[in-house]
Design a protein around this ligand. Sequence first.
Ligand SMILES: C[S@@+](CC[C@H](N)C(=O)[O-])C[C@H]1O[C@@H](n2cnc3c(N)ncnc32)[C@H](O)[C@@H]1O
Length: 478
Amino acid sequence: MEQYGLDLLEPCEPTEICEVETFEASCGRGLRTLKQILPGEVVLADKPVLPPCADADEFAAAASSLWTELTPEEQMRLMALRWRSNSAPPAQAGPGLVVPATGRLRGIASFNGMAVVKLVMKPSALKTLEAQPCNGVAVYLNGSMLNHSCFPTVNRLPFSSCLVVRASRDLFLGEELVCAYTEVRAPFYIRQAELESTWAFRCCCWRCLLEERVWAAAPEADRVARSAWRRFERRRKDGTCSEEELRELVNSTADSTKTALAEFLVAIQDRTDLLPAEVLQERGFQRYQAACQCTAADVRALDLTGNTPTHKSTDDLLAFYRLLLASFWAAPAFELAFGLQESQRYEEAHQLWLAVRNVTAELLPFSPSHTAAATEASLSAMAAESVAWEEHVQESVRICCGTYGSGAWLRLAAGRLEHLASPTRMGLDGAYGARLEACLEPRDDMQKLAELFRSSIGGMRCKLRTAHPGWDCTTVHM
Ligand SMILES: C[S@@+](CC[C@H](N)C(=O)[O-])C[C@H]1O[C@@H](n2cnc3c(N)ncnc32)[C@H](O)[C@@H]1O
């Protein structure tokens, strides 16, 4: 990580951070907090038991040959990990274990291994702001206890040197930490299929239970949304999509989501079974409970980008709508926003990035995708000379810090800015970069950063570095 200057683990050493304990969760062992945690705080920093390996086979070979170099505790804890879906971990494995069978070690790696990520910074940072998978699978002894939910409470970043787990939301003492094993910005039936094929389980989280019922209440909207998603998947596979088609997918999934929400709110008036206890009792759902008192007319009045709800219930309803948008709408909207940004249509891009940021914040706060959306929203605001650009920069720095740690914004975003009059001034290497970096520390000193930007760029237009300057948005590359 040093090469990117990211200070991901401050202020402690990796091994010192473990604010969690193992417990018997509803789906086997899980991790829960030992204290109250704030969003963006590191809850766990866990070194891999072995350096990352190419795959489970290589892990098994490496674990066998390096077995005696592991401490007795590491041996014991490694062997206590599950190695197939119905395997019970040995209740008491003593130290001094003989080298385990390769099949078992392979199973442990397949079942618990995480694809390691790296943060990529290229001249065009578009689509590289998020942590990217790099080669390798690592097994982390504590981190392997994290269970999945489609409404995650933590963001995990399995770097090759260390797994960093940060809270995405407020976590109470004793609350289970759950992360996303798969892409959760997708419809529930896609998530289920993915989890079943890769992990051999069906997710029963409250978001899945709720979403299934919401869409079942509006069969026609469900049919239209599924067909749009199939089309989007095909285009994603092709790697390109016309702007017109992508825009149509974005608009149609937003409309279908609105219809499904409106029809669901009507349906729950007569059918209490649509909101079962498993959903109602969940802390995560409570934020949306008041929205269930709203009417179909309230839904129709919602504005996707609306940030000024008129009363509390509309606020809750907007939050609920955003949660549902995360399923069918967020992924195509993300692609369209990138296309607009690449083609330097900054004002349009900014409006869409704000909506994407708000939707992502609902489902995946303080995550790489939230950071990417917030960062692009701030960069497009600057490029479009939006009067509120400082506010968007401050917000993106806050989110970036909570996702990757302090210093990350500078590396991931500031390098994208070019000053039209004097391009090198905005570079990271010059004196300007050093001053900018100084302003980002401490992280709450955002006023200083805002002033610095204002005095440096004045009213002049910024542009963003892109891989394909002049690329028009009639085709969006995905
Ligand atoms: C990396 S392990 C997590 C720790 C595991 N619960 C244990 O007891 O060792 C992954 C396995 O946990 C189980 N699991 C995780 N999240 C789950 C969920 N939401 N629902 C059902 N099973 C889940 C699945 O069996 C999955 O293959």
